[in-house]
Design a protein around this ligand. Structure first.
Ligand code: NAD
Length: 511
């Protein structure tokens, strides 16, 4: 009873947040809101956020459209100056953003700090493009004629982001979109709206003009879909599940919109018999259970050579059992909660599938944690399945939680086939001391990212990020390659011959 009252009291003093449209912080036209709660303790309400409706999307798109011409005509180095201001503001507020992210998303403080740091790194790095945005010149086939190619903004961009990297992923989309001269409407993940609001408040403070960046809070089916369908939106950049991405791709194909998709993964580490086993165990632990396994690059499969298999499983299970699960705000916690009840149900259902349908061995974990310090949160024991065979559902499907599967193999080619034998292609890794095996694996693993002697996680912002097959649709975020999403090429021909010259028709004499 006392507890219920405490929860009620916390809720009544909850802070309200707003949408950001045309430089104003405004309520949703529905007047409705939703609560953002801490997944480690659902009685801790972080804030009340507008439950937006399609009319809010219309207003945000109109604001972004009104700001477009002025922003596009602002010289790129000037746009970049504002983005450098933004990087400094994020850096100065890193501690606050980190704590707020842990509270709303659950990941431990160190990892939330890494997420904010990624936004800082991305902003500094990509703002530098304001003084590059390189095009190229090339010879023309006629005399006294000049040919060159420049980047132009694509126009109005809709950015749709997931829950698991609450500031890093919005920044990966926002900063390149802005440096290229586009205006944007962001639909943030409904479980983590505060981190996007922190990013956008920082952008406002940095001097980004009204209307250039707009934020809509709310649910995917209500406002995400409305943003995708809006006729004035030219590009959708989406990160999230493969199921949602497929719906978005279909709609964008109908409307002939540009669409970039970053979706699910089923990443694997190969551990060879010559690997430094302790290093491989540490990497597997970090790759599988960091962010409670809720990374698109999580090491959810560990493909282990038969010669070291038994020893590896024994060492891994010992370490997994010792992991400290708890509230991410506690410095001692190593594995935080999962994001919400839906995620909890899905992960537990896969743990059941692993045991009953796949008949894999449950080597450790497997239970929801519901008592004592865990009773108000979404906690699951870190779980390892061993004796997993290629083709089992826990080996094929994205679980997105603290669950990993250990699969034995005999030859490197067999291991590579196992890694490649899923519908996704985001990240892969190999632990080996043999340079020939490492290079062969790098060549044969069909993923967008590949690591040698470290886990499948840990991408850096200046290298392209994305996956093959079911993970994406051929685009890459981060690096300079992201500019190919947010700008289009324009070829320019300048004829200074003073007469009509017909390409492919007039024959030029070689003197
Ligand atoms: P999700 O697909 O449930 O939601 C992502 C976003 O899409 C949210 O903002 C949601 O509101 C919105 N949305 C939902 N339905 C929509 C619709 N019909 N139209 C438009 N928008 C809609 O994903 P999630 O659970 O937030 O994130 C987890 C998934 O994201 C995992 O599958 C993970 O692998 C993937 N992910 C991929 C990458 C990558 O770079 N490849 C990075 C991070 C996460």
């Amino acid at each position: 009873m006392a507890k219920a009252k405490e929860a009620k009291r916390t809720r009544s003093s909850v802070k309200s947040f707003h949408n950001y449209i045309g430089g104003e912080w405004v309520k949703s036209s529905s007047g409705e809101s939703f609560d953002n709660v801490n997944p480690a303790d659902t009685t801790d309400v972080i804030g009340r956020f507008p439950k937006s409706v399609p009319e809010d999307v219309d207003r945000a798109v109109a604001a972004a459209a009104a700001a477009a011409t002025r922003w596009r005509r602002t010289p790129a180095p000037k746009r970049a100056e504002l983005l450098f201001n933004l990087a400094e503001i994020i850096r100065d507020n890193k501690d606050q953003y980190t704590r707020e992210m842990t509270r709303e998303m659950g990941k431990v403080l160190k990892e939330a700090g890494g997420d904010v740091q990624e936004a800082i790194d991305c902003t500094y790095y990509t703002a530098g493009e304001g003084r590059r945005l390189h095009g190229f010149t090339t010879p023309a086939e006629m005399p006294n004629k000049f040919a060159m190619c420049v980047r132009q903004p694509v126009g109005l961009c809709g950015l749709i982001t997931p829950f698991n990297f609450p500031m890093a992923i919005p920044s990966w989309k926002l900063i390149p979109a802005l440096v290229c001269g586009n205006t944007v409407v962001i639909k943030s993940g409904e479980d983590v709206p505060l981190s996007t609001i922190n990013l956008v408040k920082a952008a406002e403070k940095a001097g980004i003009p009204a209307g250039v960046v707009n934020v809509i809070n709310g649910h995917g089916a209500d406002v995400g879909a409305a943003l995708v369908e809006h006729e004035d939106v030219r590009l959708i950049s989406f990160t999230g599940s493969t199921a949602t991405g497929a719906k978005i791709a279909e709609q964008c194909a109908r409307d002939n919109k540009i669409v970039s998709l970053e979706m699910g993964g089923k990443n694997a580490i190969i551990i060879m018999d010559d690997a430094d086993l302790d290093n491989a165990v540490e990497g597997s632990l970090w790759g599988a259970f960091g962010t409670s396994g809720q990374r698109c690059t999580a090491s959810s499969r560990l493909i282990v050579h038969k010669k070291v298999y038994k020893k590896f499983v024994q060492k891994l299970v010992e370490k997994v059992k010792a992991l400290r699960v708890g509230n991410g705000l506690d410095e001692k916690t190593e594995v935080g909660p999962v994001i919400n009840q839906r995620a909890m149900d899905k992960i537990l259902s896969y743990i059941e599938i692993g045991q009953k349908e796949d008949k894999a061995t449950l080597a450790c974990g497997g239970n929801a944690l519901t008592k004592g310090e865990y009773k108000n949160g979404y906690f699951i024991e870190p779980t390892v399945f061993s004796d997993v065979k290629p083709g089992m559902r826990v080996e094929q499907e994205e679980i997105f939680g603290p669950v990993t599967s250990v699969v034995p193999f005999s030859t490197l080619d067999e291991a590579i086939d196992i890694v490649n034998g899923v519908k996704y292609g985001l990240s892969s890794a190999i632990y080996t001391q043999d340079v020939n095996k490492a290079f062969y694996a790098m060549q044969e693993l069909y993923t967008g990212i590949c690591y040698v002697n470290s886990a499948t996680i840990g991408a850096e912002v200046h290298l392209p990020f994305g996956g093959t097959k079911g993970t994406g649709n051929g685009h890459r975020e981060a690096g300079t390659q992201v500019l190919d999403i947010f700008s289009e090429w324009k070829s320019l021909y300048i004829d200074y011959s003073g007469k009509l010259q017909k390409a492919q028709i007039d024959q030029v004499e070689v003197p």
